[in-house]
Design a protein around this ligand. Structure first.
Ligand SMILES: Nc1ncnc2c1ncn2[C@@H]1O[C@H](COP(=O)(O)OP(=O)(O)OP(=O)(O)O)[C@@H](O)[C@H]1O
Length: 303
């Protein structure tokens, strides 16, 4: 279990994290989503005691991370895969970490196999590793002490599609065995597939959180008609806001049944009507974080 309780972190003139509260539970993958500069890394650094919060508190497994007697055996952390000692080989890095944690040396080989780093790769110096290999080594280090909690900052960065799939399966299996996973990303699709719960952050503030199912349920309806203008106008007349989504269909802020009823009553034949799924979540993510996006999102307002 991880608990962030009203965390705030201010640097001179910048509030990086603003009153952030959430819980990541055992047996679940919690996705921490937000655009660049939203405050994800700062929050994670606070969770593991690397950055002191200006106010608020954070607990991992019921206490402060800094108070854990052998943190590596309780919490696996990967914050920056590039921060590993470049002059050491992957195997050396794992061996040193294993000794520090008081683990048997066989654990190193087990972890290398777990993250699919070959013996040859393990004997190369980290400075020659690709980002994807560094991520695998970082995951191996995080898993080494068989911890109950994993805190991973953008772990899929640099992984190829097969690597992303591998990571997803690994995290799923870990959570299914009772582990708590908090993983951050600025890529919605990456998180959407694996996360059970979502915490969405923009400009340092939590803008949405809940189970993925809950957030999807509120994601609205995708609908389309030959006469888009007539459909938008009917929806607007019924007090339902809508806007044109990427595909040219409308995204309406109402349940599918209600949208169908309104279109029928207005005599507008529908060519598409479905609950917004992953696309709806993306829409929601973009909307929720719109104010904190560096790039403005251009959308044609239909209503
Ligand atoms: N040490 C620091 N001093 C001053 N400002 C900082 C410091 N660390 C972070 N910030 C600022 O805090 C804000 C949040 O940064 P943070 O790295 O937590 O975001 P992030 O969500 O992890 O972004 P990214 O996805 O780009 O990694 C940014 O505006 C950043 O410039």
């Amino acid at each position: 279990m991880i608990t962030a309780d009203h965390l705030t972190k201010s640097y001179r003139g910048v509030t990086a994290v603003d009153d952030v509260s959430f819980t990541a539970r055992p047996g679940r993958v919690t996705g921490f989503l937000g655009p660049n500069g939203a405050g994800k890394s700062t929050t994670m650094r606070i969770l593991v005691g690397l950055t002191p919060p200006t106010s608020g508190s954070a607990e991992v497994l019921g206490g402060r991370y800094a108070d854990l007697p052998n943190p590596g055996r309780e919490v696996g952390v990967l914050l920056d895969a590039s921060a590993q000692h470049a002059g050491r080989t992957g195997r050396e890095i794992l061996t040193v970490a294993a000794r520090t944690m008081g683990l048997r040396s066989e654990r190193v080989e087990e972890m290398l196999a777990r993250v699919s780093l070959t013996g040859k790769e393990a004997d190369r110096r980290v400075r020659g590793y690709s980002l994807g290999m560094r991520q695998r080594l970082g995951i191996a280090t995080a898993l080494l002490g068989d911890p109950d909690v994993l805190i991973l900052d953008e772990p899929a960065n640099g992984l190829d599609p097969a690597g992303i799939r591998w990571m997803r399966d690994l995290l799923r299996e870990y959570a299914d065995q009772g582990g708590t996973v908090l993983l951050s990303s600025h890529l919605l699709h990456e998180i959407e597939v694996v996360a059970d719960d979502l915490v969405v952050i923009g400009n340092g503030r939590i803008v949405a959180q809940g189970t993925k199912a809950e957030l999807l349920a509120g994601a609205g309806t995708v609908c389309a008609a030959a006469d888009t203008r007539a459909l938008a106008s009917a929806l607007s007349g019924a007090g339902i806001t809508s806007k044109v989504s990427g595909s040219g269909a409308l995204h309406a802020d109402a349940e599918a049944a209600e949208v169908g009823r309104v279109a029928h009553a207005a005599g507008v034949p529908l060519t598409e009507l479905r609950a917004a799924d992953g696309a709806g979540l993306e829409e929601m993510f973009l909307q929720l974080t719109a104010e904190s996006q560096r790039d403005r999102i251009h959308e044609g307002a239909a209503a």
